[in-house]
Write a protein that binds this ligand. Sequence first.
Ligand code: GLN
Length: 538
Amino acid sequence: MSISPTKYIFVTGGVTSSLGKGIISASLGKLLMGRGYSVTIQKLDPYINVDPGTMNPYEHGECYVTEDGAETDLDLGHYERFLNSPTSQANNVTTGKIYQTVINKEREGAYLGKTVQIIPHITDEIKRCIKLLGQTGKYDFVITEIGGTVGDIESLPYIEAVRQLKWELGDDSLFIHLTLVPFLKASGELKTKPTQHSVKTLLESGIQPDILVCRTEHELGVDIKRKIALFCNVEKEAVIESIDVESIYEVPIKMLDEGLDKVVLKKLNLQDSTKLNLKHWNSFLKKLKNPKKKVSIGLIGKYIELKDSYKSISEAFIHAGTTHNCAVEVKWIHAENINSKNIKNQLNGLDGILVAPGFGDRGIQGKIEAIKYVRENNIPFFGICLGMQCAVIEFARNVMGFKNAHTTEIDAKTKFPVIDIMEKQKKIRKKGGTMRLGAYPCKIKNGSKTGKAYKKNSTTERHRHRYEFNNSFLEDFKNMGMCATGINPDSNLVEIIEIENHPWFVGVQFHPEYKSTVAKPHPLFVDFIKACINQKTL
Ligand code: GLN
């Protein structure tokens, strides 16, 4: 089915941040897709960074990388995991990008003679970026999530831009506003005032929301819904309850029960007679909620105080675990807390460990200790990016006897630079968007563990790094039992390493977690969890 013209849905948030705009957008997208429509979701971020690539994960959580190499907000990960369709550069717009484009144009003389202003120049550029996805002709719906909270100074140009767009697009667009309905324990009541105020703030900017999605810890009930409808000028059926649930993957079903998709279709003058097919989603949910077994996996990283730093990894565990009817319990281990004395204790009872990606020195020693332990004790190991590089360093030091082998990222003068800067990176000085980013092909060795997991001998995976396995040591490693089983066919860059003589010891230079979705759990995660289940039953 295809509808023309493209329909635009704008999602704003009020009262507080972290209400789950990304999950609601992804859930609505899922429901519309389930009805046969094509959907893409875009995030507008009001910060001035050009992208989150230069931000510390403590600030922002994980930096999600798209196929075409954009460093983006982690909400794009949710969009891909829910919709199983890739996003791109165009799906994440920041204030930094908007201003950069406008200022570059000004320097080129594109506005010659004019004063360049927030309105119309910045707002026009925002509007252009929103319409870009619709203009591809590929989508029936473009859902645009506006980051931040209404009333923020930074959000104002975005709010003005979508106000104008609504004026231009008319019935082909609508507004969904997310708010919070808090429960006051002392009086035992749900309170609607914050929602009323939030809608008022939006109205001051000239936007009347069509649908309100109200986050709550308790059921709203008809009276509260009626009250919100009356005071906020929306129909009662357009007041949608978004109650806390255990898993984000339940949210599409909650939204279905609340009729979110139906109200959206009605307000856009589309029929809701299209059949909804959520068969696969529902069977995933059923398996997720009724696991038959459980494994415990240690996730070793240095940003674990903020679990969002590893969002795609923890979601990939859920997808892969569910494939095996298995609950995955993640034990978050701070790399800095690991040393040779406490390692046994730290990893006690774990069925496998994953060493996470990262940058710089902090926590490296702990990661190397953990890898030594699992290598020697035949515990399944999965290393991603820096995690893979640490596995190479550990093997060089403790198996090959390369004393103080290191990555030149941390020890530029090491005698054994087993991980070294990529040739193309040597001259790069600017930090933003200059890593090796996005999807590259990988040829996989026949008969290897990863080859068996993928069930094919080539793939493409996404990247985000500056350093690589130093090929001048390739033979030394092979002779001692660590093999490169995945290679980039164009550059010979080592993409995968394995220790053959171990139940499951795999390191990957790329980031498989970015490609794991509910519909397509990533084969390496699926195989890793299988190895952990086997480990447990040994
Ligand atoms: N710091 C390492 C590099 O740049 C690893 C990067 C990562 O883990 N994403 O190569």
